[in-house]
Ligand binder design. Structure first.
Ligand code: FES
Length: 289
Protein backbone atom coordinates (compact mmCIF):
# COMPACT_ATOMS: atom_id res chain seq x y z
CA UNK A 1 0.00 0.00 0.00
CA UNK A 2 1.28 3.49 -0.86
CA UNK A 3 2.25 5.62 2.12
CA UNK A 4 -0.13 8.64 1.95
CA UNK A 5 2.44 10.81 3.74
CA UNK A 6 5.30 10.08 1.38
CA UNK A 7 5.77 12.66 -1.38
CA UNK A 8 6.70 11.32 -4.80
CA UNK A 9 8.83 12.95 -7.47
CA UNK A 10 7.13 14.39 -10.56
CA UNK A 11 8.66 16.13 -13.57
CA UNK A 12 7.86 19.79 -14.15
CA UNK A 13 6.85 20.07 -17.81
CA UNK A 14 6.33 23.81 -18.08
CA UNK A 15 6.28 26.96 -15.96
CA UNK A 16 4.14 29.94 -17.02
CA UNK A 17 4.37 33.37 -15.45
CA UNK A 18 0.90 34.71 -14.60
CA UNK A 19 1.97 37.73 -12.51
CA UNK A 20 5.20 38.85 -10.84
CA UNK A 21 4.50 36.48 -7.90
CA UNK A 22 2.13 33.84 -9.37
CA UNK A 23 3.51 31.11 -11.63
CA UNK A 24 1.61 28.15 -13.05
CA UNK A 25 3.52 24.86 -12.83
CA UNK A 26 2.50 22.12 -15.25
CA UNK A 27 3.59 18.75 -13.86
CA UNK A 28 3.52 15.26 -15.39
CA UNK A 29 0.78 13.34 -13.59
CA UNK A 30 -1.51 10.44 -14.39
CA UNK A 31 -4.47 9.52 -12.25
CA UNK A 32 -8.06 10.49 -11.56
CA UNK A 33 -8.61 14.11 -10.52
CA UNK A 34 -11.62 16.31 -9.80
CA UNK A 35 -11.71 20.12 -10.15
CA UNK A 36 -11.37 21.69 -6.69
CA UNK A 37 -8.97 19.10 -5.28
CA UNK A 38 -5.49 20.03 -4.04
CA UNK A 39 -2.02 18.54 -3.78
CA UNK A 40 0.53 18.83 -0.98
CA UNK A 41 3.74 20.05 -2.61
CA UNK A 42 7.04 19.85 -0.78
CA UNK A 43 10.71 20.71 -0.86
CA UNK A 44 12.80 18.27 1.19
CA UNK A 45 14.19 19.94 4.30
CA UNK A 46 12.01 23.02 3.87
CA UNK A 47 8.36 22.04 4.21
CA UNK A 48 5.02 21.30 2.59
CA UNK A 49 2.03 23.36 1.47
CA UNK A 50 -1.42 22.59 0.06
CA UNK A 51 -1.87 23.96 -3.47
CA UNK A 52 -5.08 23.85 -5.54
CA UNK A 53 -5.10 22.03 -8.83
CA UNK A 54 -6.24 24.60 -11.40
CA UNK A 55 -6.20 22.42 -14.51
CA UNK A 56 -5.51 18.85 -15.58
CA UNK A 57 -5.69 16.38 -18.44
CA UNK A 58 -4.85 12.68 -18.76
CA UNK A 59 -1.10 13.21 -18.46
CA UNK A 60 -0.56 16.38 -16.42
CA UNK A 61 -1.90 18.73 -13.81
CA UNK A 62 -1.37 22.44 -13.26
CA UNK A 63 -1.07 24.44 -10.05
CA UNK A 64 -0.76 28.21 -9.78
CA UNK A 65 1.62 28.95 -6.94
CA UNK A 66 2.13 32.31 -5.24
CA UNK A 67 5.63 33.17 -4.00
CA UNK A 68 4.87 33.97 -0.38
CA UNK A 69 7.33 32.14 1.87
CA UNK A 70 10.34 29.87 2.33
CA UNK A 71 8.79 26.88 0.57
CA UNK A 72 7.48 28.76 -2.44
CA UNK A 73 10.75 30.73 -2.71
CA UNK A 74 12.44 27.36 -3.26
CA UNK A 75 9.80 26.14 -5.71
CA UNK A 76 10.27 29.30 -7.78
CA UNK A 77 13.96 28.33 -8.19
CA UNK A 78 12.89 25.22 -10.15
CA UNK A 79 12.79 25.00 -13.94
CA UNK A 80 11.03 22.85 -16.52
CA UNK A 81 12.62 19.39 -16.40
CA UNK A 82 13.28 19.61 -12.64
CA UNK A 83 11.53 17.49 -10.03
CA UNK A 84 8.64 18.66 -7.87
CA UNK A 85 7.67 16.53 -4.88
CA UNK A 86 3.94 16.07 -4.32
CA UNK A 87 1.43 13.84 -2.59
CA UNK A 88 -2.30 13.73 -3.11
CA UNK A 89 -4.79 14.54 -4.52
CA UNK A 90 -6.77 15.61 -1.46
CA UNK A 91 -10.22 17.04 -0.92
CA UNK A 92 -13.45 16.03 -2.61
CA UNK A 93 -13.52 18.57 -5.40
CA UNK A 94 -16.70 19.89 -6.99
CA UNK A 95 -19.55 17.50 -7.73
CA UNK A 96 -20.58 18.56 -11.25
CA UNK A 97 -23.99 16.93 -10.76
CA UNK A 98 -24.95 19.69 -8.30
CA UNK A 99 -24.67 22.30 -11.07
CA UNK A 100 -26.38 20.48 -13.94
CA UNK A 101 -29.50 22.25 -15.27
CA UNK A 102 -28.92 25.37 -13.11
CA UNK A 103 -27.82 28.97 -13.56
CA UNK A 104 -24.32 28.83 -12.12
CA UNK A 105 -22.45 31.89 -10.85
CA UNK A 106 -18.77 31.60 -9.99
CA UNK A 107 -17.47 34.46 -7.85
CA UNK A 108 -13.72 34.40 -7.34
CA UNK A 109 -11.32 36.80 -5.66
CA UNK A 110 -7.63 36.82 -6.59
CA UNK A 111 -5.96 33.43 -6.32
CA UNK A 112 -9.39 32.04 -5.40
CA UNK A 113 -9.86 31.70 -9.14
CA UNK A 114 -7.38 28.79 -9.20
CA UNK A 115 -9.54 26.15 -7.42
CA UNK A 116 -12.55 26.91 -9.66
CA UNK A 117 -10.69 27.48 -12.94
CA UNK A 118 -11.12 23.88 -14.12
CA UNK A 119 -14.82 23.76 -13.24
CA UNK A 120 -15.58 27.11 -14.91
CA UNK A 121 -13.70 25.91 -17.98
CA UNK A 122 -15.65 22.64 -18.03
CA UNK A 123 -19.00 24.43 -18.11
CA UNK A 124 -17.74 27.03 -20.61
CA UNK A 125 -17.00 24.07 -22.92
CA UNK A 126 -20.18 22.13 -22.02
CA UNK A 127 -22.81 24.85 -21.90
CA UNK A 128 -25.64 22.47 -22.68
CA UNK A 129 -25.22 20.93 -19.19
CA UNK A 130 -26.27 24.14 -17.39
CA UNK A 131 -28.69 26.98 -18.12
CA UNK A 132 -26.40 29.94 -17.68
CA UNK A 133 -22.77 30.54 -16.74
CA UNK A 134 -21.95 33.77 -14.94
CA UNK A 135 -18.44 34.57 -13.73
CA UNK A 136 -17.50 37.49 -11.50
CA UNK A 137 -13.78 37.84 -10.78
CA UNK A 138 -12.00 40.41 -8.64
CA UNK A 139 -8.29 41.23 -8.60
CA UNK A 140 -6.38 43.84 -6.63
CA UNK A 141 -5.06 45.52 -9.78
CA UNK A 142 -4.77 44.81 -13.53
CA UNK A 143 -1.26 43.42 -13.01
CA UNK A 144 -2.64 40.83 -10.55
CA UNK A 145 -4.87 39.17 -13.16
CA UNK A 146 -4.58 35.39 -13.54
CA UNK A 147 -5.59 33.16 -16.48
CA UNK A 148 -6.17 36.13 -18.80
CA UNK A 149 -6.43 33.97 -21.93
CA UNK A 150 -9.02 31.72 -20.28
CA UNK A 151 -11.04 34.70 -19.06
CA UNK A 152 -11.06 36.21 -22.56
CA UNK A 153 -12.25 32.89 -24.01
CA UNK A 154 -14.98 32.47 -21.38
CA UNK A 155 -16.10 36.08 -22.01
CA UNK A 156 -16.93 35.40 -25.66
CA UNK A 157 -20.24 33.74 -24.91
CA UNK A 158 -20.78 33.97 -21.16
CA UNK A 159 -21.53 36.77 -18.72
CA UNK A 160 -18.03 37.41 -17.36
CA UNK A 161 -17.14 40.48 -15.30
CA UNK A 162 -13.63 41.31 -14.15
CA UNK A 163 -13.21 44.05 -11.59
CA UNK A 164 -10.07 45.43 -9.98
CA UNK A 165 -9.93 47.16 -6.60
CA UNK A 166 -7.93 49.93 -8.17
CA UNK A 167 -7.58 50.49 -11.91
CA UNK A 168 -4.64 51.95 -13.78
CA UNK A 169 -4.87 54.61 -16.47
CA UNK A 170 -5.31 52.18 -19.36
CA UNK A 171 -7.72 49.85 -17.50
CA UNK A 172 -10.96 49.58 -19.50
CA UNK A 173 -12.84 47.23 -17.18
CA UNK A 174 -14.79 47.55 -13.96
CA UNK A 175 -13.34 48.88 -10.73
CA UNK A 176 -14.36 48.40 -7.11
CA UNK A 177 -14.38 45.51 -4.67
CA UNK A 178 -15.96 42.32 -5.97
CA UNK A 179 -18.60 42.52 -3.23
CA UNK A 180 -19.89 45.79 -4.72
CA UNK A 181 -20.66 44.00 -8.01
CA UNK A 182 -22.84 41.29 -6.49
CA UNK A 183 -25.99 43.20 -7.37
CA UNK A 184 -25.22 42.36 -11.01
CA UNK A 185 -26.36 38.82 -10.25
CA UNK A 186 -30.03 38.21 -10.92
CA UNK A 187 -31.32 36.96 -7.57
CA UNK A 188 -34.81 36.00 -8.74
CA UNK A 189 -35.73 32.34 -9.16
CA UNK A 190 -33.05 31.26 -6.72
CA UNK A 191 -34.19 27.63 -6.79
CA UNK A 192 -32.75 27.49 -10.33
CA UNK A 193 -29.43 29.04 -9.31
CA UNK A 194 -26.29 28.16 -7.45
CA UNK A 195 -23.30 30.34 -6.56
CA UNK A 196 -19.73 29.23 -5.91
CA UNK A 197 -17.62 31.72 -3.97
CA UNK A 198 -13.87 31.36 -3.51
CA UNK A 199 -11.43 33.91 -2.18
CA UNK A 200 -10.25 35.52 1.04
CA UNK A 201 -12.38 34.44 4.04
CA UNK A 202 -13.79 37.93 4.60
CA UNK A 203 -14.93 38.08 0.97
CA UNK A 204 -16.65 34.69 1.23
CA UNK A 205 -18.30 35.74 4.50
CA UNK A 206 -19.61 39.04 3.10
CA UNK A 207 -21.02 37.37 -0.02
CA UNK A 208 -22.65 34.57 2.00
CA UNK A 209 -24.25 37.25 4.21
CA UNK A 210 -25.58 38.90 1.03
CA UNK A 211 -26.99 35.73 -0.56
CA UNK A 212 -28.41 34.18 2.64
CA UNK A 213 -31.57 36.37 2.80
CA UNK A 214 -32.39 35.39 -0.80
CA UNK A 215 -31.97 31.69 -0.10
CA UNK A 216 -29.45 31.41 -2.95
CA UNK A 217 -27.47 28.18 -2.47
CA UNK A 218 -23.88 29.33 -2.03
CA UNK A 219 -20.93 26.94 -2.02
CA UNK A 220 -17.62 28.15 -0.65
CA UNK A 221 -14.19 26.59 -1.02
CA UNK A 222 -12.36 27.02 2.29
CA UNK A 223 -8.66 27.68 2.82
CA UNK A 224 -8.05 27.10 6.54
CA UNK A 225 -4.76 26.05 8.15
CA UNK A 226 -3.69 22.75 6.62
CA UNK A 227 -0.85 20.39 7.41
CA UNK A 228 -1.19 16.70 6.55
CA UNK A 229 -4.26 16.97 4.30
CA UNK A 230 -5.55 13.59 5.45
CA UNK A 231 -7.73 14.38 8.49
CA UNK A 232 -5.02 13.53 11.06
CA UNK A 233 -3.67 16.83 12.43
CA UNK A 234 -6.93 18.70 13.01
CA UNK A 235 -5.37 21.94 11.74
CA UNK A 236 -8.05 22.48 9.11
CA UNK A 237 -11.04 21.96 11.38
CA UNK A 238 -13.96 24.27 10.69
CA UNK A 239 -17.43 24.60 12.19
CA UNK A 240 -20.16 23.99 9.63
CA UNK A 241 -23.78 23.97 10.78
CA UNK A 242 -22.60 23.45 14.37
CA UNK A 243 -20.54 20.38 13.44
CA UNK A 244 -16.76 20.21 13.53
CA UNK A 245 -15.52 19.09 10.12
CA UNK A 246 -12.12 18.85 8.46
CA UNK A 247 -11.72 20.88 5.28
CA UNK A 248 -9.17 18.43 3.86
CA UNK A 249 -11.37 15.33 4.00
CA UNK A 250 -14.92 16.69 4.39
CA UNK A 251 -14.41 19.67 2.02
CA UNK A 252 -12.87 21.97 1.11
CA UNK A 253 -16.28 22.89 -0.41
CA UNK A 254 -19.13 23.54 2.03
CA UNK A 255 -22.50 25.25 2.20
CA UNK A 256 -21.32 28.81 2.84
CA UNK A 257 -24.44 29.72 4.80
CA UNK A 258 -23.48 27.16 7.46
CA UNK A 259 -19.78 28.03 7.86
CA UNK A 260 -18.58 29.83 11.00
CA UNK A 261 -16.27 32.28 9.19
CA UNK A 262 -15.45 34.23 12.35
CA UNK A 263 -13.92 31.16 13.97
CA UNK A 264 -12.05 30.24 10.78
CA UNK A 265 -10.58 33.74 10.46
CA UNK A 266 -9.46 33.70 14.11
CA UNK A 267 -7.78 30.32 13.61
CA UNK A 268 -6.00 31.63 10.50
CA UNK A 269 -4.37 34.33 12.66
CA UNK A 270 -3.04 31.77 15.18
CA UNK A 271 0.38 31.21 13.60
CA UNK A 272 0.74 34.54 11.75
CA UNK A 273 3.65 35.58 13.97
CA UNK A 274 5.46 32.24 13.52
CA UNK A 275 4.91 32.38 9.75
CA UNK A 276 6.40 35.87 9.56
CA UNK A 277 9.38 35.16 11.80
CA UNK A 278 10.09 31.86 10.07
CA UNK A 279 10.25 33.67 6.72
CA UNK A 280 12.55 36.36 8.10
CA UNK A 281 14.72 33.97 10.14
CA UNK A 282 18.14 33.22 8.69
CA UNK A 283 19.31 29.88 10.11
CA UNK A 284 22.95 30.02 11.19
CA UNK A 285 23.02 26.23 11.56
CA UNK A 286 22.39 25.55 7.86
CA UNK A 287 25.08 23.25 6.57
CA UNK A 288 26.08 21.94 10.03
CA UNK A 289 26.52 18.15 9.80
FE1 FES B 1 -4.70 18.06 8.99
FE2 FES B 1 -6.91 18.50 7.59
S1 FES B 1 -4.94 19.25 7.18
S2 FES B 1 -6.69 17.39 9.44
Amino acid sequence: MNNPYLPEAYEILEIRKETAIDYTFKVAYEGPLVGGQFMEISVPGVGEAPISICNFDDHSLEMTIRKVGRLTDQVFELNAGDTLYMRGPYGNGFDLEVFRGKDVAFIAGGTGLAPVRKTIDYFARNKDEIQLLEVLIGFKSPSDQLFVEDINRWSKDNAVTVTVDKGEDDWQGETGLITTHIEQLDLSNVSEKIAVVVGPPIMMKVICDLTRPYGLKTIVNLNPLMLDGTGMCGGCRVSVGGQTLFACVDGPSFDGHLVDFREMMMRLQTYRHEETTSYEHACRLTGVQ
